[in-house]
Design a protein around this ligand. Structure first.
Ligand code: ADP
Ligand code: MG
Length: 401
């Protein structure tokens, strides 16, 4: 990673640090946090700054509110969880993100204390990257830290705009994600195996295009497998198919051949006579699915074939579940491949929100080299996109005082 980090602060004791994290947790309909992974993943940076005696102004978005009137998107539940996770730290909550009351709370903040701002997306100026709004945010602090990898593909005011007004560096989570994802596509331990699953081809076109250029092997399963099977002239019954991506799939097959990339698409499938855990199932060849049946998981032959490639990999990037893992009956492929990836001894990277949910559900998340907190951001990063919010951070080897 060629960016300065919080380690490059000469002395942050007593300094006001605007820390943009991604505390966008999932919640149930009553607002209870159902998965606090993103809060936990942000703690290393928070603790470091607190231990150094910084006055931390912590900022995040939560969901997609339009205005302050969307009060169900308050960060109060996040505040409560932070207080639980940091029992020895004073964590205050501001009623807003800008304005005189917030300024007063910042001025009263002690060394090693945290002030959590209210949801930054309560302001339309945030996604609009409004310069005046970014400047107001910057005036709360002496330094800026971006640790919000999960939204770093968005050039929003608290991510990009603010860097114009403050010395800006990366936090530890940002550093980790960029380092591991970056190395995987620029200088991977080979062979590099990419596993693509998920629902739709159209969601993964960017990733497939980006990774085709660097991968040695690409394994395709999940819902995507059926568009590829149809492109190859197969019968896929009622399986999910992206009609408008059929031509694209044919191109991918050609391109892979040209580049010398081994491309393996799903060979057999667990098919069902309904989208339900109670459906009847059988295993057939992926290109021979009868009408009235749909493929909802990869079959044993596919699993064995994928495992062979996985076992000899140096790096594995996995984006997209290989079946409808949310239903126990169709979770087998995703589960077996997750375990095979872990047994491979390779550098193992999970990107894509639902893939992360899958390995979390199986209790395996902590065992991978990187389970990206990024969802969409990790996919765009793997496409090879540059993020304005990250580019704007100071370069490595500066001492910031
Ligand atoms: P990610 O978020 O990891 O990038 P996607 O959003 O592309 O993954 O897809 C995840 C969804 O794909 C899951 O909800 C899963 O149920 C669904 N899926 C996987 N295989 C199939 C299939 N054969 N048919 C329909 N949906 C599938
Ligand atoms: Mg998804």
């Amino acid at each position: 990673m060629d960016k300065a980090t919080i380690r490059d602060f000469a002395n942050v004791k007593g300094k006001r640090v605007f820390l943009r994290s991604d505390l966008n947790v999932s919640q149930d309909k009553d607002g209870n946090i159902t998965d606090d992974t993103r809060i936990r993943a942000s703690l290393d940076t928070i603790r470091y700054l607190v231990d150094k005696g910084a006055r931390v102004i912590l900022c995040s978005h939560l969901g997609r509110p339009k205005t302050k009137a969307d009060t169900q998107y308050t960060l109060k539940p996040v505040h409560e969880r932070l207080c639980e996770l940091l029992p020895n730290v004073k964590v205050l909550m501001a009623p807003d993100c800008i304005g005189s009351e917030v300024e007063k709370m910042v001025s009263e903040l002690g060394d090693g204390q945290i002030l959590l701002l209210e949801n930054i997306r309560f302001y339309a100026e945030e996604p609009e990257n409004d310069p005046a709004f970014a400047k107001k945010l910057s005036q709360l602090a002496d330094y800026y830290v971006n640790d919000a990898f999960g939204v770093s593909h968005r050039a929003h005011a608290s991510l990009e705009g603010i860097t114009k007004y403050l010395p800006s560096v990366a936090g530890f989570l940002m550093e980790k994600e960029i380092k591991i994802l970056g190395e995987a596509i620029s200088n991977p331990r080979r062979p590099l195996t990419v596993i693509i699953g998920g629902k739709k081809v159209s969601d993964k076109i960017g990733v497939i295009d980006g990774l085709l250029k660097v991968a040695n092997t690409i394994l395709i399963g999940g819902g995507l497998g059926y568009t590829f099977a149809k492109a190859a002239g197969g019968e896929v019954g009622d399986s999910i198919v992206d009609e408008e991506s059929i031509e694209y799939c044919k191109q991918v097959v050609k391109e892979a051949k040209k580049l010398g990339v081994t491309l393996v698409t799903s060979l057999d499938s667990v098919i069902a006579d309904g989208f339900s855990n109670d459906a009847h199932t059988m295993i057939v060849q992926t290109t021979k699915i009868p009408a009235g049946w749909e493929g909802l998981d990869i079959g044993e032959k596919t699993i064995d074939e994928f495992k062979k490639h996985i076992a000899k990999s140096g790096t594995i990037i996995w984006c997209g579940p290989l079946g409808v893992f949310e239903m126990e009956k169709f979770a087998n492929g995703t589960k077996q491949i997750a375990n095979a990836i872990l047994e491979s001894g390779a550098v193992t990277i999970i990107g894509g929100g639902d893939s992360v949910a899958a390995v979390t559900k199986f209790g395996l998340a902590s065992k991978f080299t990187l389970v990206s907190t990024g969802g969409g951001a990790s996919l765009e990063f793997l496409e090879g996109k540059k993020f304005a919010s990250v580019e704007a951070l100071l370069g490595k080897n500066v001492k910031i005082s």
